[in-house]
Design a protein around this ligand. Structure first.
Ligand code: SAH
Length: 385
């Protein structure tokens, strides 16, 4: 699809034209000066967002190229032992109908991704650590590798796994079974804030140790944070970017925190127009600054961003992001995976998603990298070094 077809019938995407150059301030931010990062995040001049986006776009093109990479997102189970105070599928939310997809359903979704040219799949679920679940995931991973091979994908789909905190041994088993990337958000790099948004049994130190175990198992490592958590400061967010750099991660998935009414944090909380606009702006600045600092990693334009604003993902793609994750979860269970209220695309089946998302990407004028795993150059570079 060409850009003009994709553009038809949509409101005009704001063009990045006039903006301040911000050169000196960005140099300080790149050197991981937390105060400089925080100042850029909170700068009241609205043109700062466009300035950062333009610089991030330049860095992205130089370091990872301008192609957008797709990963189908399959939310294969919402059963969860964790009780995160912000999350709609937390264990204590009795209003959720719990599901786990059958092996056949998972493989059908994987084949769809391969046929749609996505090249990669992200398998996400709530957290379970019992032997039955771990065995199930391993078996599914093994079948997926063989079943998605074809002339366009001789090694099958690239697979990212995201099933929370597991033991080092379990991470090794998942890696050996065929997943090669793992996504585990730190949620916030502030131990104090982390403690406020989780129950006492879920500890920051454990999450961080799990992230290291993921790397030691051989995975390409993805992490991220939620933006706009109650009580979170711009200094916290600046420290999050420094955390990503210190940890040397390969992929970033971050988005706005959005309230869910059936959670302790979200009940009675509603975002007004002004708050949504500010949250969008802050998230876009976080994405741009993360690109400027980390340079050669993959950065996702997340579904939560699209829920916040209809053009949220496109704006992220214009300012440093290079990955989109079309949801391929069967429509029959989608409403069971509501991490926050108002999640986008609840009733669109995966064929509609494929059409919509290609149109949206074409509209930004970026080429799509089809039938590739699309690993971040950072991973190879860190291995060499
Ligand atoms: N069990 C997996 C997957 C968790 S859900 C794990 O522990 O990694 C994936 C991500 O959704 C979480 O890491 C969190 O950052 C995000 N999320 C959960 N609730 C959210 C909310 N209310 N608003 C925005 N993002 C949320």
């Amino acid at each position: 699809m060409n850009a003009s077809t994709g553009r038809s019938g949509r409101p005009e995407l704001p063009r990045i034209t006039e903006h301040p150059r911000l050169t000196d301030r960005m140099e300080a931010a790149r050197a991981l000066d937390v105060r400089a990062l925080a100042a850029l995040l909170s700068d009241p001049d609205p043109r700062t967002t466009a300035g950062l986006a333009a610089a991030a776009d330049e860095t992205m093109r130089a370091e990872v190229g301008d192609a957008v990479r797709f990963r189908g997102l399959l939310e294969f189970s919402n059963v969860c032992r964790a009780d995160c105070l912000y999350c709609g599928i937390r264990r204590s939310n009795g209003t959720v109908h719990r599901y786990t997809l059958s092996r056949d359903d998972v493989l059908a979704a994987a084949r769809h991704c391969a046929e749609a040219g996505y090249g990669s799949l992200t398998l996400q679920a709530g957290e379970r650590r019992d032997a039955a679940f771990i065995d199930y995931v391993c078996r599914v991973l093994e079948s997926m590798k063989t079943e998605t091979r074809g002339p366009d994908l001789p090694d099958g789909l690239g697979i990212t796994l995201s099933v929370g905190e597991q033991s080092p041994d379990t991470y090794r088993r998942f890696f050996e079974a065929g997943a090669h990337r793992y996504l585990l958000r730190i949620e916030t790099s502030s131990p104090e804030l982390f403690a406020r948004i989780h129950p006492p049994g879920q500890r920051y130190a454990d999450r961080r140790a799990a992230l290291h175990a993921v790397r030691d198992a051989g995975f390409q490592v993805g992490t991220g944070v939620m933006i706009g958590l109650p009580g979170q400061t711009v200094e916290d967010l600046a420290a999050d970017i420094r955390f990503f750099a210190i940890e040397g991660v390969d992929m970033i998935g971050m988005g706005p925190y959005l309230p869910h009414a059936s959670t302790p944090m979200g009940s009675g909380q509603h975002l007004g127009e002004g708050e949504r606009a500010q949250l969008l702006d802050r998230t876009l600045r976080m994405i741009a600054l993360t690109r400027l600092v980390l340079r050669d990693v993959n950065i996702a334009a997340t579904t939560a961003l699209q829920t916040l604003d209809v053009l949220g993902r496109e704006r992220a793609l214009q300012g440093g992001a290079n990955v989109v994750m079309p949801v391929v979860t069967p429509v029959s269970v989608r409403s069971g995976y509501q991490l926050y209220d108002g999640k986008a695309c609840l009733d669109e089946d995966r064929t509609m998603c494929a059409g919509c998302i290609s149109g949206r990407v074409a509209w930004t004028g970026r080429p799509v990298e089809a039938n590739r795993w699309g690993d971040a150059p950072h991973f190879e570079r860190r291995n060499r070094e």
